[in-house]
Design a protein around this ligand. Structure first.
Ligand code: PMP
Length: 418
């Protein structure tokens, strides 16, 4: 951003956010005659040029279906596609690249665990423990499983700031708890959950632990071996990769023991009318033609992210979040929803007397793109007694200047509704 009068001072001497922004072509465009201020990365992040270039290269030069061709193009596409698992293994420090099952996003990953692991290994009365700040995609799959096999869904409460109430969470853990499924970061509130402690506490009662990393993976590096969770689901499109991508990571011995959840081509060793032998993981869970070019481009996003200084990026994002939060808190009549002790990437707010959709629409006139609504977290909205919020969410390319633009645009909304 180079709008005159804005605070464009880079937050950190060793991180040049303006240089990083130049890697994202869309950030240079205008909306309604104003520089784009993109504050909806929690819904889906923008893509660096290397991702777009990867898509072009696959389709123009290296495209064919994977896994079944004996010809060069198919072998090349297969190699490029399978290589992405190696990239994920390194990026997340997993033990084995076969532990990554490609999905179209976090939602599909969680549904896979519910329908495959859940149906095979849970029984009526077993408890799945989630928290009060979960996204619908970490609620509904468990309700569906409850209706199918009679598990019990237990919800650990959050406090008025959006923190998980640890003592209450611990009390809800028991020998009946077979799975703990929690967000790494809340999309509606920005709360960072203490997932390392949650993994330890879950394992201590013999439960498996699933992390919904849709919002966590884009904001912090996670070492899967150190974390020692059992499942970790994330969305490639929130991690600066293409839409329709993501992965479910699971411990190999769990994935090996789980039945497939969709049947078809590519997930079998042999088929007759009497019997089918399934392929080994991860193919067992990837029935049908996969999202070839997009997965390969997710690999380009991982390469891109792997080359970045993550400590500096995390510090930069924290700085922009703190700066933006201080600006919003200074606006009379604005209520921040979610003021947890540890937060990443999200500022949800309501304005007295203004519907969140009106906020979103008016901000857009100034080129400021925010999301308005319940953010697929209706129970969170109910807890805070609001129908929805306006939500500004950050990516690594977000700047202090954009926070200035956001605050200025919110003040304009207030003038209109004054
Ligand atoms: N969990 C959380 C915390 C999310 O923010 C989202 C996306 N908003 C999801 C799950 C679902 O991700 P996807 O839509 O990519 O499947």
């Amino acid at each position: 951003m180079s709008t005159p009068g804005m605070n464009t001072k880079p937050a950190l001497p060793n991180f040049d956010v303006e240089a990083l922004r130049r890697d994202f072509p869309i950030l240079a465009r205008e909306i309604n005659g104003k520089p784009l201020v993109f504050l909806d990365s929690a819904a889906s992040a923008q893509k660096p040029r290397v991702v777009l270039e990867s898509l072009r290269k696959t389709y123009e030069e290296e495209y064919a279906n994977v896994h079944r061709g004996v010809y060069w193009l198919s072998a090349t596409a297969t190699k490029n596609y399978e290589n992405v698992r190696k990239k994920l293994k390194t990026f997340f420090n997993a033990k084995d690249e076969r532990e990554f099952v490609f999905t179209k996003g976090t939602t599909e990953g969680i549904n896979l665990v519910a329908q495959s692991w859940g149906r095979a290994f849970l029984k009526a009365g077993d408890e799945v423990l989630i928290t009060g700040l979960e996204h619908h995609s970490n609620i509904v799959p468990w309700q569906m499983l409850r209706d199918q096999i009679g598990i019990k869904l237990v919800v650990a409460p959050i406090d008025r700031n959006g923190n998980l109430i640890w003592e209450a969470f611990e009390k809800l853990l028991s020998a009946k708890t077979k799975l703990v499924a929690v967000a790494q970061v809340s999309n509606a509130l920005g709360t960072i959950l203490p997932i390392q402690d949650i993994v330890r506490a879950g394992h201590a009662v013999g439960a498996k632990v699933l992390i919904d990393a849709a919002q966590g993976a884009p904001h912090m590096r996670t070492d899967l071996q150190a974390l020692d969770a059992d499942f970790y689901a994330f969305s490639g499109h929130k991690l600066y990769g293409p839409t329709g991508t993501g992965a479910l990571w699971g411990k190999k011995e769990l994935l090996d023991a789980m039945p497939p959840w969709q049947g078809g081509g590519d997930m079998i060793k042999s088929v007759s009318f009497e019997k089918t032998d399934y392929a080994d993981v991860p193919a067992k869970f990837e029935a049908g033609t996969p999202n070839i070019a997009d997965v390969i481009a997710m690999g380009a996003a991982i390469d891109y992210l792997s080359a970045l200084p993550w400590d500096a990026i995390e510090a930069h994002e924290a700085d922009v979040l703190a700066y933006g939060t201080s600006l919003l808190k200074a606006i009379p009549g604005l209520r921040l929803i979610g003021e947890a002790d540890h937060k990443a990437g999200v500022m949800s707010f309501v304005l007295e007397g203004v519907h969140p959709h009106d906020i979103g629409t008016i901000l857009d006139q100034d080129g400021v793109s925010v999301r308005a609504g319940n953010h697929c977290a209706e129970p969170v909205m109910e807890f805070f007694g609001v129908p929805g919020t306006a939500r500004a969410s950050l990516g690594m390319y977000s700047t202090r200047a954009e926070m200035d633009a956001l605050a200025a645009a919110i003040r304009k909304v207030q003038e209109i509704f004054a």
